[in-house]
Design a protein around this ligand. Structure first.
Ligand SMILES: CC(C)(COP(=O)(O)OP(=O)(O)OC[C@H]1O[C@@H](n2cnc3c(N)ncnc32)[C@H](O)[C@@H]1OP(=O)(O)O)[C@@H](O)C(=O)NCCC(=O)NCCS
Length: 200
């Protein structure tokens, strides 16, 4: 079933984030700390925007989630004041690992969330399901929840950024009607009208 996020889901969902964080695959050991990915792509969302976080529960266990921020600019402000200090306390700056500096920078400073896409498509999301929960319609169901809530909130557009090499996720987003948005960065940006998601 799909239900609203609860704080006691956090530990299990952090694990989902890690196990799907390498372009859809297991990111365990990829970075110097396995906490970095959930500290950037999951926990700030459920902490700052818990009302737009949904969970897939199977056999009484959380196996997937969709987290979103409806107003990305306001969310970035909130992140700066409320999440950056938490992140910095967990992950002190290191000077000698340029490979992962970008990921730490994402935690310290949420400017990466802002861009032209956030103007026409002010909401954004992250979605991840454990491998055993994939391919059964849960992703579509989570997106429907998001679409309905976004329509009710009057959100005009939803975007997401993704690794270009995650072809399975790209096929999923395209199937649901997401379209590519112009971007100057490395990530692929996709966008959709919430109305289109709400009935899918
Ligand atoms: C991407 C993800 C969220 C999709 O959720 P899902 O539950 O597996 O997808 P669904 O079963 O709801 O599929 C919805 C539709 O997309 C299609 N689809 C899903 N994955 C697809 C794929 N790899 N290739 C082609 N079509 C695909 C399905 O066929 C389905 O269409 P249909 O209902 O018309 O048959 C999920 O697989 C996942 O979490 N993957 C790992 C983490 C990840 O990559 N997250 C995204 C990071 S950007």
């Amino acid at each position: 079933m799909i239900r609203a996020y609860r704080p006691d889901d956090l530990v299990a969902l952090r694990r989902v984030c890690l196990l799907t964080g390498r372009a859809g695959g297991d990111a365990t050991g990829q970075w110097s700390s396995d906490d970095l990915l959930p500290d950037v792509f999951l926990e700030p969302y459920v902490t700052l925007e818990p009302s737009t976080a949904w969970v897939v529960e199977q056999d009484a266990r959380p196996v997937g989630y969709l987290v979103a921020a409806f107003d990305t600019a306001a969310f970035a402000d909130n992140w700066r004041t409320r999440w950056s200090p938490v992140f910095a306390a967990r992950h002190p700056r290191i000077a000698d690992d340029p490979q992962e500096q970008w990921l730490r920078d994402y935690g310290y400073n949420p400017d990466w969330l802002l861009g032209p896409q956030a103007e026409a498509y002010p909401a954004h999301l992250h979605i991840d399901l454990m491998p055993a929960a994939q391919g059964s319609g849960w992703g579509r169901g989570l997106m429907r929840e998001l679409g309905r809530a976004a329509v009710a909130a009057g959100v005009p557009g939803i975007h997401l950024g993704m690794a270009r090499e995650n072809l399975a996720a790209l096929a999923f987003y395209r199937r649901l009607g997401f379209r590519e948005l112009p971007t100057a960065g490395d990530a692929l940006m996709l966008g959709i009208d919430p109305e289109a998601l709400s009935w899918r």
